[in-house]
Design a protein around this ligand. Structure first.
Ligand code: ADP
Ligand code: MG
Length: 350
């Protein structure tokens, strides 16, 4: 049977944008992560999160950062508008977590966004609402305290299947709490809190501390903090790669059913499957009872050695000399763990 070729046409921009938005904002958790990163990029020292219905009804993130200029509000939520990147080459040395100018825009294509902000020295702030990349009316003057508050209501109101799937599964609230804990142990000079809408008590509440170990104590409890050892490594052999690592790893007395691996590379919370597996193998091989570890590692690499632009959610990065780095971390953790295990065995025998 002869089949006539179907005509090819251009998709409406609104359709294109909504499809792209669904990739950047996959679930309430991804929206919260983007908003937290924006608050951190804005130099905030205090960030609080409020959620209703696991974020599907309401996500609200308030910070005390530098705020947004009145003149920038009209283009704030357009796609590809950013204050963080100007030319492609800047990506090589980017320090901020954001750079795509897509997060806020995406949120306006899949939810209703309201931004309230005030910059230093102003007597009042401004509030603006956004839909489909556009500011709906002129920004209205309003009372505001230092910083920015972003509110997203009815996430995925226009994506029926996504909304149903999310409504039918366990909500994102615990995942969001977990994410905030992970941020808190690295960004120790920032205080974070997270609560359900209407609740008087926060489920996470951290204050600025002087070390990650103190932050772990606050967030995960004394019993976890007690079982952690400090690890450090550096390597400035230019033939491999210049890297510095510091962190906390659980000792042989730590008991958990699930591994917690919190990994920062150049202050970016990322995932690295191969590294995670390498660490879990060390633990399984070194400790008699296959206890799952608690790991927090912060790795610094020359910015030109990492590619931050491999994933739309920026969750993964790719590293130059990944094998060398993993090998190095592997051996540092292994020797630390072996020493701690041997000293315990020694003590038990006495
Ligand atoms: P990106 O972070 O990639 O630049 P976003 O869409 O997340 O893109 O944000 C767009 C711009 O809005 C940012 O570049 C920043 O200038 C501004 N912005 C967003 N959130 C905040 C905030 N909480 N405080 C101050 N400025 C913000
Ligand atoms: Mg951003």
């Amino acid at each position: 049977m002869d089949m006539e070729p179907p005509r090819i046409h251009r998709l409406d921009e609104a359709v294109v944008n909504r499809i792209a938005a669904g990739e950047v904002i996959q679930r309430p958790l991804s929206a919260v992560k983007e908003l937290l990163e924006n608050s951190l990029d804005a130099g905030s020292t205090s960030i609080s999160v409020t959620l209703k219905d696991g974020g599907l009804k309401l996500i609200q993130v308030s910070d005390d950062g530098h705020g947004i200029r009145y003149e920038d509000l009209p283009i704030l939520c357009e796609r590809h508008t950013t204050s963080k990147l100007s030319k492609y080459e800047d990506l090589q040395s980017i320090k901020s977590m954001g750079f795509r100018g897509e997060a806020l825009a995406s949120m306006t294509y899949v939810g209703h966004v309201t931004v309230t902000t005030i910059t230093e020295g102003q007597l009042h702030g401004y509030r603006a609402t956004y839909r489909d990349g556009m500011m709906e009316h002129e920004a209205k003057p309003c009372a505001a305290v230092k910083g920015t508050q972003v509110m997203i209501e009815n996430l995925f109101y226009n994506m029926t299947a996504r909304r149903k799937t999310l409504q039918n599964s366990a909500d994102d609230y615990p995942k969001i709490v977990d994410l905030i804990c992970r941020f808190a142990i690295h960004h120790t000079s920032v205080s974070f809190s997270c609560r359900k809408h209407g609740a008087t008590r926060a489920d996470v509440h951290t204050v600025a501390t002087s070390s990650s170990l103190d932050a772990v104590r606050l967030v995960y409890g004394v019993s976890v903090a007690q079982q952690l050892m400090i690890v450090e490594a550096s390597d400035d052999d230019p033939s491999s790669s210049i890297f510095k690592m510091e962190g906390l790893i659980s000792n042989c007395n730590y008991i958990a059913k699930k591994a917690t691996v919190v990994l920062y590379i150049n202050d970016r919370l990322v995932e690295c499957g191969p590294l995670k597996r390498a660490i879990e193998i060390v633990y399984a091989a070194t400790l008699p009872k296959a206890s799952k570890p608690f790991i927090y590692l912060s790795i610094q690499l020359p910015p030109e050695h990492i590619d931050v632009n491999v994933h739309p959610t920026k969750r993964e990065v790719s590293l130059l000399n990944q094998e060398v780095i993993i090998e190095k971390i592997h051996s540092v953790i292994e020797s630390k763990l072996r020493n701690s295990n041997e000293s315990r065995t020694f003590q038990e025998q006495r």
